[in-house]
Design a binder for this molecule. Structure first.
Ligand code: GDP
Ligand code: CA
Length: 340
């Protein structure tokens, strides 16, 4: 890192969804000592399939930081094979009509299955998701700390206006039903979070102890939303607002991938950096946006946030690292110490 940057030396908490957060975390881990970083990760997408406990955002972060993510797909492992999924054909063919066994709409790669086997078995032995996540992180040599937002269930439920698999009727479905089975191709009229989850004590401490809090460029509604829905989180962030910086997941009015842009519009928000600023202005003091949106800086600042413009499409590790540095610098005053 260049010597003229001002980055604080304390702990950094990163409120994280999946893909966008994973790229941001890789940049942060290159920019500062990874020991300082804690990812606080969405579990609203978690699901059970084939009896296996699946935590997509946690796994996306582990695989990305371990440099094992499939670069084309953006999820799952590189050089993956799919023989177990294929072998389900035999059982799908004889499954009774009222059975959900052997679902094939959610792809699980052969090597990826090992992660779900391990997580499921450990949870069944009585370990918490926090403990298992730390074990999986260690197994992959991931150098940052990772905490699920909760050890209990908090599921994202999406109301779709028409489910083709339910006669085109409106219906409440799980996030993975919406995202994978329906390929996020149907309009959404509401999103809510079900379950009695609470922020774990370690997750709470990671926010309170952090000198800087980063809201990663993740879907504001279904990735950052579940965390914000937990008791006390918005209040804690509001109190720490001067130390909270968000990176916009919307660039040039669009999501780089996924339904964040459409979903914002369908739920009455604006799919732009200004729409993102309105969602975060109460809890964060700075919004980092890409140069393609520089003309909207004033409108962002009208929401009460400071606006910082820097390249934020993390197509290379170098861009991700630079984005991480600029993000951290944005909450450090000019008088604050320069740390490695
Ligand atoms: P998911 O949980 O895997 O769906 O991923 P996220 O919750 O992290 O959200 C996907 C969001 O990440 C989309 O809105 C993308 O635009 C955003 N995103 C992905 N990669 C990047 C990137 O390189 N830069 C920025 N600024 N946003 C990104
Ligand atoms: Ca996700």
């Amino acid at each position: 890192m260049s010597n003229d940057t001002h980055i604080r030396s304390g702990r950094i908490a990163v409120i994280s969804g999946g893909v966008g957060a994973a790229r941001m975390l890789r940049g942060l881990a290159a920019a500062v000592d990874p020991d300082r970083i804690t990812a606080l990760v969405n579990t609203g997408d978690d699901t059970v399939l084939h009896g296996l406990s699946i935590s997509p955002d946690l796994d996306t972060i582990v695989y990305t930081l371990a440099d094992a993510i499939d670069p084309e797909r953006g999820w799952g492992l590189v050089d993956e094979t799919w023989r177990a999924m294929g072998a389900l054909d035999r059982y799908a063919a004889i499954r009774p009509p009222d059975s959900q066994a052997a679902p094939q709409w959610f792809n699980l790669g052969d090597q990826d299955l090992a992660t779900h086997f391990y997580r499921t078995a450990r949870l069944q032995e009585g370990a918490t998701l926090t403990e298992v996540t730390d074990e999986i992180r260690q197994a992959w040599g991931v150098p940052i700390r990772m905490l699920p937002m909760s050890d209990r269930r908090r599921s994202t439920i999406v109301t779709v206006t028409a489910d083709p698999d339910a006669g085109g009727e409106p219906r409440d479905v799980s996030f993975q039903d919406y995202f994978v089975r329906l390929r996020h191709g149907v309009p959404v009229s509401a999103v809510r979070f079900d379950g009695d989850a609470e922020l774990t004590p370690s997750a709470r401490a990671s926010i309170l102890d952090a000198e800087t809090i980063v809201i990663a460029p993740s879907n504001p509604v279904v990735s950052i939303g579940p965390l914000r829905s937990l008791d006390g989180v918005d209040e804690m962030l509001t109190q720490r607002r001067d130390d909270v910086v968000a990176v916009s997941p919307i660039i040039g009015g669009a999501a780089l991938k996924g339904p964040a842009d459409r979903m914002l519009v369908e739920l009455g928000h604006e799919a732009s950096v200004v729409g993102v600023a309105r969602l975060y202005a109460e809890i964060a003091s700075v919004l980092v946006i890409d140069p393609v949106d520089a003309h909207l800086s004033e409108a962002v600042e009208a929401t009460g946030m400071r606006c910082v413009v820097t390249p934020s499409v993390m197509s290379t590790p170098a861009i991700a690292r630079r984005l991480a540095e600029v993000t951290l610098e944005s909450v450090a005053g000019p008088g604050e110490t320069v740390a490695q």
